[in-house]
Design a protein around this ligand. Structure first.
Ligand SMILES: Nc1ncnc2c1ncn2[C@@H]1O[C@H](COP(=O)(O)OP(=O)(O)OP(=O)(O)O)[C@@H](O)[C@H]1O
Ligand SMILES: [Mg+2]
Length: 259
């Protein structure tokens, strides 16, 4: 468990997200500390993916602020006004963040190796040699050392998702966002992906913000679980409390339905 006084690495301050007149996140405040693994649970449409997409800058904030490592990310307060930060400054902070999606989103025309080294070379400016060396280490970590030259279409869903995990880690992110990374997989392939993630959780200090329907997995790897409903956190608890003795009736009903 990360020290309770360790610095927040992600902080949402009065975050509002609307799509048209649909308020999805309503003045949301929460933080995730360095090295902490936090799982978001809650009914479909409660705003879990939206939170991750905001952190990934795939969605625009309607109001409020997100801080990464204490630094204002897409917006900052200057002279009492809320102003957008320069794209260059946003991009710099964004390199600290990696995401793995439900649909693996690999580049189909590239080999596994090319998929993994693309961003480290073109975004971080690593040498090809250095990027390839790191890619080999990561392929070993995800159990795919023999697939470096394969194209994604030749891999199983579980293998493709493990490549996507290696590709995210190749950017050496401080923060890894995982959005239902096993939901598109056949049941027999779920275990291999979860075991890779368990291994990463055990062997690294990477901060993770996780959305998953795999409650057993969430219980094992999370330090904290946040229950969302209608864009608000209605319960924030350690996993053993959340899953065995939740406080809120709505959490109880949700867990009964999914477990
Ligand atoms: N691009 C978009 N345009 C309009 N509305 C959107 C968009 N993306 C999400 N929404 C709406 O925002 C709300 C929250 O969606 P979100 O995908 O964050 O939910 P979720 O908690 O991840 O749900 P699920 O468990 O089904 O994945 C929903 O009402 C959804 O319809
Ligand atoms: Mg979602």
């Amino acid at each position: 468990m990360p020290a309770t006084d360790s610095a927040p690495v992600i902080r949402f301050e009065n975050v509002v997200k609307r799509f048209g007149d649909n308020t999805v996140l309503d003045n949301l405040n929460f933080e995730v500390r360095k090295g902490e693994r936090v799982t978001l649970i809650g009914p479909s449409g409660s705003g879990k993916t939206t939170i991750l997409r905001l952190v990934m800058t795939l969605e625009e904030l309607t109001d409020g602020y997100i801080y990464i490592d204490g630094e204002p990310f897409t917006y900052e307060e200057r002279g009492g006004k809320r102003v957008a930060r320069k794209p260059k400054d946003v991009a710099k902070v964004a390199t600290k963040i990696g995401m793995v999606f439900q649909q693996f989103n690999l580049f189909p025309n590239m080999t596994v190796m090319e998929n993994i080294v693309e961003a480290p070379v073109h975004v971080l400016g690593k040498s090809k040699e250095e990027a390839r060396q790191r890619a080999h280490e990561l392929l070993e970590l995800v159990g795919l050392s023999d697939k470096a030259d394969a194209h994604p279409s030749r891999l199983s869903g579980g293998q493709q998702q493990r490549v996507a995990i290696a590709r995210a880690l190749a950017m050496d992110p401080e923060i890894l966002l995982l959005d239902e990374v096993t939901s598109a997989l056949d049941p027999e392939l779920v275990g291999e992906v979860l075991s890779v993630l368990r291994n990463i959780a055990e062997t690294t200090n990477i901060t993770m913000l996780i959305v998953t329907h795999e409650m057993q997995f969430a219980q094992e790897v999370s330090h904290r679980v946040l229950m969302f409903d209608q864009g608000r956190i209605i319960e924030d608890a350690e996993p053993h409390v959340m899953f065995s003795n939740p406080r809120e009736p709505r959490t109880k009903a949700f867990l009964q339905a999914v477990l």
